[in-house]
Design a protein around this ligand. Structure first.
Ligand code: TRP
Ligand code: SF4
Length: 329
């Protein structure tokens, strides 16, 4: 089986864009590979944060992923900072990384602009840590969103640089993009994002979600109930594509185009189908949360496994780099 790696930052609450855009895909393919999923806390410290909140966020992200259906026991779901090899390999990769490559990274440029008062070396080096995450397990497949493709290209470059200097060691991993197009926020304009306040939280109650849907943008052509609309330009319909069955979708399409169905009813159908997906996740989340100790135990075991594998790669790398002189005596 090929090796798969992906990481997610402990960002606080997940939203349905994270779920339908990434995590659902992870769940679907997790058993087709030897999978590693990491809560990448070392990536998160490159931006100002509160340590108490971080403690919560890291654990909460693990519980969320578990609740979404990541098989914590069969796949290696673990916390990045508990496997020191990632940081070790980052330092090694720093020496085969041209500054110019990092300066080109668009995520760095964006974040440096947003956090102009705290542009630290970690923020700059972020893609190198990401390359180390992937390559320390010699992963070949990396399921990510469109915005991470540049980092995966960069990872291939680091792999080539290392291999050509020290001998064939690492694969050239490929990104695996989901078929789901990016999920827009309820404003119907920007990508769904917690910080923009246009998100629907994964764990929100049915009532909270209905309130958000009531205010969500639809096709502006439907000024009154009698004006026909076009589902192709309506963001609510793009959500239907995520959760509604074909039959119900064609009902919506016909109703919208003929003005036979109002937007309120359309949103109610969406809500019913969305909650069919979200209610079980929230139930699981609440149950798992009652037994966080066992999640902590599995995370510890998984980190242990990852450390063993990471150590093999580090030994191989150091051997190739001439960093183990005592070994040969
Ligand atoms: N940078 C990724 C993001 O912002 C998270 C990440 C860290 C990651 N390390 C990774 C993704 C390794 C894939 C593989 O979404
Ligand atoms: Fe959008 Fe549905 Fe209203 Fe049509 S009926 S405009 S698809 S919300």
């Amino acid at each position: 089986m090929k090796i798969l790696f992906s990481g997610i930052q402990p960002t606080g609450k997940l939203h349905i864009g994270n779920f339908f855009g990434a995590i659902k895909n992870w769940v679907n393919i997790q058993h087709d590979y030897k999978s590693y999923f990491s809560v990448v806390d070392y990536h998160s410290i490159t931006i100002k944060y509160d340590p108490e909140e971080m403690r919560e966020r890291v654990m909460d992200m693990a519980v969320n992923l578990y609740a979404c259906g990541i098989d914590m026991e069969k796949t290696n779901l673990f916390i990045q900072s508990e496997v020191p090899g990632h940081a070790d390999l980052t330092w090694i990769f720093n020496s085969v990384t041209p500054m110019g490559e990092l300066e080109r990274m668009t995520q760095y440029k964006d974040k440096a602009q947003q956090n102009a008062k705290n542009v630290n070396v970690g923020l700059f080096d972020y893609p190198v840590l990401q390359a180390a995450d992937i390559l320390i397990y010699k992963a070949e497949v990396v399921p990510v969103g469109e915005d991470q493709v540049q980092h995966i290209e960069f990872t291939r470059e680091i792999s080539r640089n290392f291999n050509s200097r020290f001998g064939q060691t690492f694969p050239e991993p490929k990104e695996l993009l989901t078929k789901t197009p990016r999920v827009l926020g309820i404003d119907g304009e920007k990508k769904m994002s917690k910080s923009l306040g246009n998100d629907i939280g994964l764990l929100e109650s049915g009532e909270e979600i209905m309130n958000k849907l009531r205010g969500a943008k639809t096709d502006p052509a439907r000024v009154t109930r009698n004006d026909p609309g076009n589902p192709d330009v309506c963001n609510i319909y793009s959500y239907h594509r995520l959760v509604s069955h074909e039959d119900e979708r064609s009902e919506v399409v016909d109703g919208c185009r003929s003005a036979g169905m109002g937007c309120v009813d359309c949103k109610k159908i969406l809500h019913k189908n969305l909650m069919k997906v979200l209610d079980p996740i929230r139930d699981r989340y609440e149950n798992i949360n009652k037994n966080k100790v066992s999640v902590r135990e599995i995370l510890t075991q998984n980190a242990e496994k990852c450390r063993r594998i990471a150590k093999q790669t580090i030994l191989e790398v150091k051997e190739k780099m001439g960093l183990n002189p005592l070994w040969k005596i």
